[in-house]
Design a protein around this ligand. Sequence first.
Ligand SMILES: C[S@@+](CC[C@H](N)C(=O)[O-])C[C@H]1O[C@@H](n2cnc3c(N)ncnc32)[C@H](O)[C@@H]1O
Length: 192
Amino acid sequence: MTRFGADYYRRFYGRGGVHDKNSIARLASAVHGLCSWWGVSPRSVLDVGAGPGLWRDWYHREHPKVRVVSTDVSEYACTKYGHEQRDIATWRPAKPFDLVICHGVLQYPSDADAESAIENLAHACRHVMYLEVPTRADYRTIVDPSATDMDVHQRTGDWYRTRLERHFIQAGAGLWARKGGHVLLYELERTR
Ligand SMILES: C[S@@+](CC[C@H](N)C(=O)[O-])C[C@H]1O[C@@H](n2cnc3c(N)ncnc32)[C@H](O)[C@@H]1O
């Protein structure tokens, strides 16, 4: 897939890019800390569509004993940043991971592929998933078109929720607790 080549990563992860090592460090420590608060301190993490590998690098630095698998569909990203080459629309791991990260990925596949990807993410997740995917409303209201890839599939929040809620409970702030996992949320700790 040539779309995700050197130019793509230079454009979105160079100066003024979408996020960087320091911003991911703040997010990752919050996500890891909340998982620990919920009693599922991650021992295995799957980073799907890892791109430059900022989450993987944070885990290696801060929690070197955590087993991290990072994947990406891009041959370029896999060679340059060191991931397993996997398309989340067609691949699922043999065993689930405590924490799954899917940050800025699901806006790329078609509807059918994004639907399969959600099924594969659910299969891959034992306890918690961190998911960030901009919706149609986000692209209209929040997203900065000069700093963000706008050549994506813009779907509604309801489109994602319908599919995600088959397997997850939405905690908020991008966190989803896997149904049947160990995370139990009080009524007002979750969105519904
Ligand atoms: C915006 S970047 C996000 C990178 C990283 N998750 C981050 O937040 O820094 C999107 C990444 O998703 C990857 N990607 C797109 N479609 C994918 C798919 N079907 N399966 C796996 N990775 C995919 C691209 O190759 C690209 O590296």
